[in-house]
Design a protein around this ligand. Sequence first.
Ligand code: ADP
Ligand code: MG
Length: 599
Amino acid sequence: MNRINRLSPRLANQIAAGEVVERPASVLKELLENSLDAGARRVDIEVEQGGKKLLRVRDDGGGIHKDDLALALSRHATSKIARPEDLAAIASLGFRGEALASIGSVSRLELSSRAAEADSETGWTVRAEGQQMETSLAPCQHGVGATVEVRDLFFNTPARKKFLKTERTEFGRIDEVLKRLALSRFDVQFNLRHNQRTVHELRPALDELDQRRRIGLVCGPAFLENSVEVDQRAAGLRLWGWISLPAFSRSQADLQYFYVNGRIVRDKIVSHAIRQAYQDVLYHGRHPAYVLFLELDAAAVDVNVHPTKHEVRFRDSRLVHDFLFRSLHRELADVKPEARGTDQVLPETSGEASERGVAQTALPLRDAAPVREPGGEYRFAAQTPPANPAGTPEQYAKLFGGGEESPPLGYALAQLHGVYILAQNRDGLIVVDMHAAHERITYERMKQALDGESLRRQNLLVPLSLAVSEAEADCAEAHREGLLALGLELEHVAAESVVVRQVPALLKDGDIERLVRDVLSDLLEFGSSDRLENRRNELLSTMACHGSVRANRRLGIDEMNALLRDMEATERSGQCNHGRPTWVWQSMDELDKLFLRGR
Ligand code: ADP
Ligand code: MG
């Protein structure tokens, strides 16, 4: 049997490094977090060979006192917390006091700094050497702030070094880390150079326009054009940022940034709530894109859950789930044609475009609503004047009996190949996918009709008895009323068993056992379940699809106009039930550009 001995500081630090220092990108994350914690307004990052050879971060923050430099490199040394109570409400990004020690144990690290309150004009450099990580201090030239230089990562731990990928891959991850932090702090300037080439120069973004510009630079212009802004508050929580329109979904979940009090997190509660909000509008298997910031009292969230601090624990996770879902669901429901123009402003053309957008939203919707016959056919009840497709929308509107102004989706001109409606509004051309649009309208109507009357329940001829866990049975009991309102009656008959007596009539032919089990596990984990609603909506969606205008049916001009007006008045009408767009818009400016025509 071996005797016990104490690990050398370097070895102990290398073990700690195993958890947080996985690759150059994780080093950069720690260094950037330190700069931001130090109040930096500008950070310069220099990278060589994907960070494998060199990573240098220089900032203009508060710096480190000369006498503290050696301490900064040792484990369990931090200026961010001091007492056990501090752990309950952490306001800084770091607090564990081990990043520099860990990184220093697996690389050649040099820390230089001059503290803001230092009385001399010089700075000091510190490095730690040998198994004992003994520190040596030397004067150097340095402005106020700090520089951390990390060379030859994993030079002394070859096993780890082997896991590093190509220079390109490692740099890609570095870039991603920078983007995450750059989105979390619009007020800070970030510059990044790789192999002497400038990759990012993100100037401070203090007003809304600059913030949008940074979003465009980091997430790409397409995201900016196809997103809407969110800003919601309730119950001491605030959610703000940008979310993609459903039609701009992605095949990967790669454009998803969620921050809790400025810290990027990956969280099950959060992603579930967002998915649920998009549920009804997103094409199957696609992912939404978003940059979202959740702000709440620091004491309401625990960040001391995981060494990399990517996970958090909410004190009231159900409240957070509910707030996220409701806020986003509302925003997405509001995506109707009228919103177009204001929310889709490119940075270069923002001035002109937002003027146009404002003019467009100011347009009143025509209140002379068309009459739709029970069969779902579009027809105007009144004797309508003949259409005059060739005239201006204003002339046409006059003929039509509407106001002077044209509605957002304008007036129909013609039907193209039995599939698309061509319409003109004040600013250009609208093309509508007739079937997709009608399908959404029918679906939303059916949902509303069903929401209106209380859900019909159906008794099961033979009540279904299910063996469940005690926690699930208790949960069924606790949510009894809520489930009943959704049409599901569960009875708690024994410690580990429930009986299903009634189900929503619409779902009676489905796999009820599976449904009930899924609902209970959702309720246990998230405090709410959307399964019943989802199943019901899936069914309605299928019904709506079959009941909608099929392609190649001729619509009269009046019918087409009625459809356009219905779209303007229907929630989520920008996408069909499968998340595809229902209409597109080309402005006169865009058309002019196609024809190289100056106006
Ligand atoms: P933590 O961030 O968890 O406190 P670190 O090992 O990352 O632990 O850093 C140790 C300490 O060194 C920090 O608490 C901070 O006081 C100081 N420090 C590190 N980087 C900087 C910096 N860029 N500017 C000012 N102080 C720094
Ligand atoms: Mg730190």
